[in-house]
Design a protein around this ligand. Structure first.
Ligand SMILES: *Cc1c(COP(=O)(O)O)cnc(C)c1O
Length: 345
């Protein structure tokens, strides 16, 4: 396997970027008399600027994921990492990106903001990954390819071998969004990260880790790619409170909660499949279920009337009459099931 020359994919102005140097970048010690950053000296918990490199949180993630800390970027949500991919690798008005469809909406929005054309490649009919069509969609302008696995909203994870084949064969940067990987039995690409210089794996603390409110997304890649993420990001992108809270919460054991969500997913899958108005519940490797129902709009409003809010995905390609339901607590799921059971289309 030939390692790809990543520098060739980096936008020329970014290649030569001299990043902002913060006061905290220059002095690395933790104790001292800090008269370098024009802060208010009176301690109130947030009077100091945060660590721009999030050393403590990154160390924890490094241990948890068994990935070198130089290969970890922490962003203000995965959204920041997605946006940075466009800003680092794409030239506005010139470059293109490829994304599977249906999938997460942010890839397209970030592309549009950065004036980058997105070529959407439909999944195969059974929601499997169209490897050949994805590769065939690329040309000289193509810098990025987004694949979400387990995929949102279809819920299925793609086989590791196919994702590796894409990384190997795609002449650009492959971004695999593993936001839901903690709910999947099919594993993560992180153990093979070092084999692919053009691979970025996205994860997040928003789902299994229960920190959606903190806005903390993770990107894993080569040290070289991560160094560009860190050069282009806002210097203090993760605030003091988020760093402290993430550090505290990353020390918890979430495995029991994940098992509970997975067993509820199984229970819901069966119960929903047994409802008259439900035509199909798609298999899920995530913490949500996609189901095709009779008259999605009507069921959606009946759920809404009972203050049960789900996502109508009917407007998405291949998702006609489909609702996406997050696995909640057993009580919440029961409330939702009750309404679906009684629903007459
Ligand atoms: C929820 C989700 C994320 C997480 O986004 P954050 O900005 O980290 O909260 C990322 N990718 C996909 C596909 C998601 O569904």
């Amino acid at each position: 396997m030939q390692m790809k020359e990543i520098l060739d994919y980096i936008r020329p102005n970014i290649r030569n970027l001299v990043p902002y140097s913060t006061a905290r970048d220059e002095y690395k010690g933790e104790v001292g008399i800090f008269l370098d950053a024009n802060e208010n000296p009176y301690d109130n918990g947030v009077n100091r600027y945060p660590d721009p490199m999030q050393k403590r949180v990154r160390n924890l993630i490094s241990e948890l994921k068994n990935v070198d800390k130089e290969r970890i970027f922490i962003g203000n949500g995965s959204d920041e990492a997605i946006d940075l991919c466009f800003r680092i690798f794409c030239e506005p008005g010139k470059s293109s990106a490829i994304a599977v469809s249906p999938s997460y909406g942010m890839y397209k929005v970030a592309a549009a903001v950065n004036d980058v054309e997105v070529r959407e490649v439909l999944l195969n009919e059974d929601f499997s990954l169209p490897v050949d069509r994805l590769l065939a969609a690329a040309d000289d302008t193509t810098r990025l390819m987004f694949v979400c696995s387990p995929n949102n909203p279809t819920g299925n994870a793609f086989p590791m071998e196919q994702l590796q084949e894409l990384a190997e064969s795609f002449n650009g940067i492959l971004i695999v969004d593993e936001a839901y990987v903690d709910f999947s039995e099919k594993g993560s690409l992180l153990p093979v990260l070092e084999s692919y210089s053009n691979l970025i794996v996205l994860q997040t603390l928003s789902k299994a880790w229960g920190m959606a409110g903190l806005r903390t997304g993770l990107a894993f890649a080569s040290e070289q790619i991560i160094s560009y993420f860190n050069r282009v990001k806002y210097p203090y992108n993760i605030n003091v409170t988020a760093q402290r809270k993430a550090e505290e919460m990353l020390r918890r054991d979430i495995s029991a909660q994940i098992s509970r969500i997975k067993s509820e997913r199984r229970r819901l899958q069966e119960a929903l499949a047994g409802c008259r108005a439900v035509e199909r519940v798609f298999p899920s490797d995530a913490n949500f279920l996609l189901m095709r129902v009779k008259d999605a709009k009507k069921l959606y409003s009946q759920l809404l009337q009972a203050k049960v809010i789900v996502r109508d995905r009917s407007s998405q390609p291949m998702c006609s009459e489909c609702l996406r339901v997050t696995v909640g607590t057993p009580e919440e799921n029961e409330r939702m099931l009750d309404i679906v059971k009684k629903y007459i289309p």
